[in-house]
Design a protein around this ligand. Sequence first.
Ligand code: FES
Ligand code: FES
Length: 171
Amino acid sequence: MADHEETGIIGPGEVPVTLIVNGRRREVRVEPRTTLLDALRQKLDLTGTKRVCDSGACGACTVLLDGVAVYACMTLAVSCDERSVQTIEGLAHGESLHPIQQAFIDEDGYQCGFCTPGQIMAAKSLIGRTPEPTRQQIIEGMSGNLCRCGAYQKIIAAVERAARAQSNGSV
Ligand code: FES
Ligand code: FES
């Protein structure tokens, strides 16, 4: 953390922003050009949200903003002031994984795992707005998240499993 943050002094060109991250109010000071991705990773040390393309093309940085999936690399932190941000770090309860996380494990829905946080957050948004998605709706709903390992079949199976878990009342 930079010295000026520890002393509460706002650096040149910085503005204060309050993010409600995983249910907790977090105050950060950012330049107006700072993305939500940089605020999460560099200011709050929440590195579960991944940077790959940094240009809105891959979905690795997907988080939920007021419950809706967004690319954090394409979202300015200042536009998130006083808004709810959910990241992959906010899903598990202690040692208990969120049912979507468990579904990805049960279906082996990853290889290297680098895209997985974004995939899981996208799945959470999809299942939140479409509780019982068809396979085609899952394919379309997850189409903004690329997987360089090509684990798509198992990712889709994981989302199907997670949706079933939701319909059973556990998501
Ligand atoms: S890192 Fe944000 S979309 Fe690729
Ligand atoms: S599991 Fe490797 S990029 Fe998706």
